[in-house]
Ligand binder design. Structure first.
Ligand code: ZN
Ligand code: ZN
Length: 453
């Protein structure tokens, strides 16, 4: 078996790993590398999508592989054409799925049902790069590019058996994979992004147990927080928010990631505990409406009197916004003069102007993200703090990472006990040697490793 990393090495995200055996090749994730893009492009200096993939290939932001891309891009490189039999998506974060819409029409993309739902909402509420959808509907001459799975399914691709197993992460429908090559008696584990401190740590425990049972020999393991320990967990975030709201006289304002449903739940619980309602925006309402159809996810319905949706005033609404506004089951608030003490108001960075209409009084502002880590992120953060000051908001930061801290990474790896560990999705992959006594391989981007016999 041959493993070639094309991304997710020495960086947090941009995951893209090619696994090849004699008769089958699969990709594990095909995400956007914000690190490599950010070296050359930022702000108004963006790759020209009118030039196809040129501006990406110039700086090796995308891998140069024949057979990988749709014919629409008309690209070819030296070397043979690779026949890729499937791309396996771990979860619906852009650093894992962000390039799947560039793939050749011949390559099916395997993803969890929930990831498909989330990507459907993403492409209906925003315009993907190149105007190409992530989920391609079937047409007269092509089938859809997507095949879905659930935990318990196995997928057979020639000599490879791929078993997806759910994990706990900051977005629902996240998976790790166990890949078995019986001919070479080789079992590979791929963690995706993982933690043990969300509302559903039992999911990650399932992954650990199945990986152990199947005898994973080589583990590709994320290491976002390999150099960091913390005790913060999602139930604690909920409790801290709840206690702070008890002391809030006016509006509670919450800035959290729209697709982090665990965090949505934390604010929703904090709202109901304090006899408040959670007011979300149209985009989150669109996502929740789709996710509500899946009983496994146990998403509160719009019949729930504790959830309302804010319709910010503007000239024209997109069709998807109009559909939410016209949905009779959804309580829409279109007047900014609501009773502020009765609400937690979801307001992310892009909707700060809502505060101009709402005029918050005696309000608390919950910044529910990690500290900014990029130059641009820091500039946005400073700008946000100007708004906090201008409206005299009582500022609090409560957040639990989407990724396991060092002690939990150690626990996961030691439980699975592989023969070889390949750290991925980390700025400091070498730091794994300080926490586990298992031989490491630190691969380079674009360089193949031969695993097994
Ligand atoms: Zn990631
Ligand atoms: Zn992720």
């Amino acid at each position: 078996m041959k493993l070639t990393p094309y991304g997710g090495i020495d960086e947090i995200g941009g995951n893209c790993f090619l696994l090849e055996e004699e008769n089958a090749s699969i990709l594990l994730d095909f995400g956007r590398s914000f690190k490599n893009e950010g070296i050359y492009y930022a702000g108004y200096l963006q790759p020209r999508t009118s030039q196809g993939l040129t501006d990406f290939l110039e700086f090796n932001i995308l891998p140069k592989m024949n057979g990988l891309y749709s014919d629409d891009f008309n690209v070819s490189f030296p070397g043979d054409i690779k026949n890729i039999h499937g791309c396996f998506l771990s979860h619906a974060h852009m650093d894992h799925y962000g390039n799947i819409h560039l793939l050749s029409e011949d390559i099916p993309v395997y993803m969890g049902e929930t990831a498909k739902t989330i990507l459907t909402s993403v492409q209906e509420t925003s315009r993907p790069r190149f105007g190409r959808p992530f989920i391609r509907p079937p047409s007269d001459n092509t089938s859809s590019n997507v095949r879905t799975f659930r935990t318990g399914d196995t997928i057979q691709i020639s000599g490879l058996t791929i078993t997806p197993v759910h994990v706990d992460h900051s977005i629902p429908g996240a998976y790790g994979f166990i890949i078995e090559d019986r001919k070479e008696d080789l079992v590979i584990g791929y963690s995706g992004d993982v933690r043990l401190h969300g509302w559903r740590k039992d999911l990650t425990t399932d992954f650990i147990n199945i990986a152990k049972k199947k005898g994973v020999k080589i583990l590709l393991m994320e290491g976002t927080n390999v150099d960091e320990d913390f005790e913060l967990n999602e139930p604690q975030v909920q409790q801290d928010v709840s206690e702070t709201i008890q002391m809030t006289e006016g509006l509670a304002i919450a800035n959290y990631t729209l697709r982090d449903i665990d965090r949505f739940r934390s604010f929703y619980f904090a709202a109901t505990k304090n006899s408040r309602k959670l007011m979300i925006n149209l985009k989150q309402a669109h996502l929740l409406k789709l996710l509500q159809k899946d009983v496994h996810l146990d998403i509160p319905s719009f019949e729930d009197p504790n959830i309302e949706v804010y319709q910010r005033p503007k000239g024209r609404y997109y069709r998807w916004e109009q559909e939410i506004i016209n949905d009779p089951s959804i309580t829409i608030i279109d007047n900014p003069n609501f009773a502020q003490e009765e609400y937690i108001f979801h307001c992310d960075f892009w909707n700060l102007t809502d505060l101009i209409d709402i005029k918050p009084k005696s309000a608390t502002y919950f910044y529910s993200h990690g500290d900014p880590f990029s130059e641009e992120g820091l500039i946005d953060y400073k700008r946000m703090m100007e708004w906090v000051e201008a409206f005299k908001l009582d500022f609090h930061q409560f957040h639990a990472s989407g990724h396991a801290p060092r002690k939990d990474l150690k626990h996961i790896v030691e439980e699975i006990a592989p023969e070889i560990l390949i750290p991925i999705h980390s700025e400091h992959p070498e730091k794994y040697k300080d926490i586990v006594d298992i031989p490491l391989i630190l691969p380079s981007r674009g360089r193949s490793l031969y695993l097994g016999q």
